[in-house]
Ligand binder design. Structure first.
Ligand code: HEM
Length: 416
């Protein structure tokens, strides 16, 4: 195996079901320069760079040298033309612009560790899970993704934002295009993907503009209404900022959680003794979900950052203006940080994973995603009688960054 081909090998679909041996290879060179990008894979270095203010998420600082396109990346041409294209959402902005928009969004969601929205939804989450499991015909082959792990977070994020659930077929394709655009594509011409990405973003923005217009006239208790009528100490969001934020929340709110729940059930079915323990003790779901976020993180690499200065790290110099890929899934299995890292162990005492990133951009929706996965997995464990995998490994989605099974075929004896 040549070092220079590692990123490409990781991106290759045939390695999607188990990229972990490649990540182990990658960690041998903590800062690897290939395909005009710097790929960082060890825990200490990834964590350090996630907190380094010289590492920018701002699309305007990005170089296109690596032939890599990103969520929210805009062609400078589009930026000058303004209006038609949405501005970057706060995931692609640096402080202070990032902080202002994140704070404004928080006023509706709630403070980082105790979001009132999440507390208020606890009962509702249980009811949605219960209905979905109740609707599964347990006598035949079940596709856990189509019948449960996808519809659950979609329903939740729609209710939270106030997006009609029945519109899922409209935004599904746009969300898929935006999720796919996160993957690096070294050496390839990004033009076609940029075009598809911009079109999906514009169409999603136009769709959300209609909803927001309606909510301004007739506010409800949902987040879209609150964000549209904000007027606090930080001011309010412009219409374009609001559209970008709503698009970010809608896509980030379900494209990731679906994989946490599916990866979770897959891991439990591969570790039946843990599944048994969860069935007897639903509280195990709390440490179990943390270990899952370490062991099988739904976001495998934090997409392209740009260095604003030369950065010395792990004996290497990352030059100013470089594209940086932070492989959190490799960092999460770094043996220098976690003992026996390839073992799934919900009893680990110290599981400070990077599954939600870290630093100023650490996942905004983490409290919601955690609660969704805890309720979903403990209820599946309780209600499915003798569940078993019908395919292992299952078929994966093509995405390398937002990695997870496309389908998870399982069978069970009954549903309680
Ligand atoms: C940011 C993971 C669920 C909203 C992030 C980041 C990661 C992540 C790794 C950091 C990205 C970066 O540093 O560039 C996940 C995972 C989830 C999940 C694994 C599910 C298991 C959610 C949900 C929401 C959400 C449910 C919305 C309700 C966001 C937002 C950001 C973000 C808005 C940007 C934060 C910022 O830039 O300040 N997420 N996420 N995520 N996530 Fe999540």
């Amino acid at each position: 195996m040549t070092q220079g081909s590692l990123l490409r090998q990781i991106l290759r679909y045939e390695n999607r079901h188990d990229p972990y041996p490649l990540y182990a290879e990658l960690r041998k060179t903590p800062v690897l320069n290939e395909d005009d990008a710097y790929v960082v894979s060890t825990y200490r270095e990834v964590l350090t760079l996630l907190h380094d203010p010289r590492v920018s998420s701002d699309t305007r600082n990005m170089t296109r040298s690596a032939g890599i396109d990103l969520q929210d990346q805009q062609d400078p041409q589009d930026q000058q033309e303004g209006e038609a294209t949405l501005p970057p959402s706060f995931i692609r902005l640096d402080p202070p612009e990032h902080d202002r928009l994140r704070r404004l969004t928080n006023t509706s969601f709630g403070p980082p560790h105790e979001p009132h929205r999440v507390h208020e939804m606890r009962g509702e989450l249980g009811a949605i899970v219960s209905d979905l499991i109740g609707g599964i015909d347990g006598t035949g082959r079940i596709d856990l993704v189509g019948q449960f792990s996808y519809p659950f977070p979609v329903t939740v994020i729609c209710r939270l934002l106030g997006v009609p659930r029945e519109d899922e077929s409209r935004f599904h394709g746009w969300a898929d295009t935006l999720a796919a655009s996160l993957d690096p594509m070294p050496g390839e011409d990004p033009t076609e993907r940029n075009r598809a990405f911009q079109q999906a973003r514009t169409e999603l923005g136009m769709y959300l503009a209609g909803l927001i217009e309606e909510r301004r006239r007739n506010p409800q208790k949902d987040m879209l209404s609150e964000l549209a009528t904000l007027n606090g100490p930080d001011g309010s969001m412009s219409t374009m900022e609001l559209l970008s934020t709503a698009a970010l929340l809608l896509v980030a709110g379900h494209e990731t959680t679906v994989n946490l729940i599916t990866n979770g059930m897959l891991t439990l079915l591969r570790n039946p003794q843990v599944l048994e323990r969860l069935r007897a003790d639903p509280d195990l779901s709390v440490p179990l979900v943390e270990e899952l976020l370490r062991f099988e993180p739904p976001v495998q690499l934090v997409p392209n950052r740009t260095t604003l200065a030369d950065i010395e790290i792990a004996g290497a110099t990352i030059p100013k203006g470089a594209s940086l890929w932070l492989v959190v899934a490799a960092a999460n299995r770094d043996p220098l940080r976690f003992e026996d890292p390839d073992r799934f162990d919900p009893d680990r005492e110290d599981v400070r994973h990077l599954g939600f990133g870290s630093g100023v951009h650490s996942c905004f929706g983490a409290p919601l995603a955690r609660l969704e996965a805890q309720i979903a997995l403990s209820e599946l464990a309780r209600r499915l009688v003798n569940p078993r995998l019908l395919e292992d490994p299952p078929e994966y989605r093509s995405n390398a960054v937002l990695r997870g099974p496309r389908h998870l075929p399982i069978a069970c004896d009954d549903i309680r």
